[in-house]
Design a protein around this ligand. Structure first.
Ligand SMILES: Cc1ncc(COP(=O)(O)O)c(C=O)c1O
Length: 397
């Protein structure tokens, strides 16, 4: 007799990026030379001094359970980071350290969502948001954004959703954004904050790409735009992207103590705590000057410039210049409208099989006429991959 699976897991979809990565890996294992534009992690090594802190923690036998919400020294470092980078004040009881930013978002959603509670997610979105909402029995309300607004939700659109949907429990905002690289301005955030405050909507502000920002753009936290919104906002951040520490699994959240306490209650019954070694290493990361990661940011910028220019040179492709993160999100509708492919899932499969280039379908991000390229890859691979991609597309027309 088969095992009965819960409705919960049956509602969930496997992460599209992880699925693509496993397919590309399988082909690589067969000896095929794949250029992988699918990855969502920096291709740099974790900086030496962060690694040394981790090694030191092992040598010091800092290898036991820690307090669930994070060791006090790390919380202090997070509080200092918020003050220094964002001019925000938090107390230790308003901070939780989590196994990655992903876990922080999942916990936050579990704390605010009951059956059928509505969570607004601007599309295109990071692949995990809608599934995470469904995981806690919430209802994702997908807000389709416009390309001409750089794929950002406007106050007007949010107000329209509130008017149509009635009670909205929360919204997930991501700036700088994955997959678009869009960065919200202070005025745009202020408008959204105003509506959220007026309607008691909890904001989950995913700021994981805060430090990967280009062209002199400034990262603004939504909490800075309205003096009443801190009590309604859960700010999500972590060390994965800025310090090339994806595998250390360390994120954090800051928000009202009532929410943070309940996230800790959940975490205490699931992960228990974040690995102590990672917590020690994260203190070193957060104490680093931005100048120490500038080299990585400059390298990403050079790659972005090359990739976006190369994409725009391909017939029929339009790619907006992303201002942050490490993704380009070109519009490829020309190659959907003028071929027999049924959407970008099929197009990206064709490109993987024929050009040996892995790119993620826009469908996975809620916008099916785009593809997502990660430029967390060497310049050599970017050049090789874009040439193959271009040849493959041109053969279709
Ligand atoms: C927008 C966004 N938020 C959160 C995460 C998760 O980061 P972490 O590695 O800290 O779980 C990612 C990772 O790809 C992301 O792109």
């Amino acid at each position: 007799m088969g095992i009965k699976l819960s409705n919960r897991v049956q509602r969930m979809e496997p992460s599209a990026t992880i699925k693509l990565f496993s397919e590309a890996k399988k082909m690589m294992a067969e000896g095929i030379d794949i250029v992988n534009f699918g990855v969502g992690e920096p291709d740099f090594d974790t900086p030496e001094k962060i690694k040394n802190s981790g090694k030191q923690a092992i040598d010091d036998n800092f290898t036991k359970y820690t307090v669930t919400s994070g060791i006090p020294e790390l919380k202090e470092a997070i509080i200092k980071k918020f003050k220094h980078d964002n001019n925000l004040d938090y107390k230790p009881g308003e901070i939780i350290v989590t196994p990655g930013a992903k876990a922080a978002i999942a916990e936050a959603l579990a704390v605010i969502c009951d059956l059928g509670d509505k969570i607004v997610i601007p599309a295109p979105y990071w692949v995990s948001y809608p599934t995470q909402v469904k995981m806690v029995d919430g209802e994702p309300i997908i807000a389709k954004t416009e390309e001409q607004n750089s794929y950002k939700i406007t106050g007007e659109l949010l107000q329209e959703i509130v008017d149509n949907e009635g009670q909205v429990t929360g919204i997930i905002l991501n700036s700088p954004g994955n997959p678009t690289g869009s960065v919200y301005t202070k005025d745009e955030l202020a408008e959204i904050a105003e509506i959220c405050y007026a309607n008691g909507i909890v904001i989950i502000a995913d700021e994981i790409y805060e430090k990967l920002i280009y062209d002199g753009e400034e990262h603004i936290s939504i909490v800075n735009t309205n003096d009443k919104i801190q009590d309604l906002t859960i700010v999500i951040n972590g060390v994965s992207k800025a310090y090339a520490m994806t595998g250390w699994r360390l994120g954090y959240a800051a928000g009202p103590s009532e929410i943070i306490d309940n996230m800790a209650k959940l975490q205490g019954q699931t992960a228990s705590c974040v690995i102590g070694i990672s917590q020690k290493a994260a203190i070193t990361a957060l104490e680093m000057e931005d100048s120490e990661i500038q080299n990585m940011v400059d390298t990403f910028k050079k790659r972005r410039d090359f990739l976006v220019q190369s994409l725009n040179e391909i017939e029929g492709i339009e790619c907006k210049m992303p201002l942050g993160a490490f993704y380009a999100f070109p519009n490829v509708s020309y190659y959907i409208d003028n071929t027999d492919f049924n959407g970008t899932d099929e197009l990206s499969q064709h490109i993987l099989k024929n050009a040996h280039v892995a790119v993620v379908s826009g469908k996975a991000f809620g916008m099916d006429n785009h593809l997502r390229f990660s430029y967390a890859n060497s310049m050599e691979n970017l050049e090789k991959g874009i040439q193959r991609f271009k040849n493959c597309l041109l053969e279709l027309i």
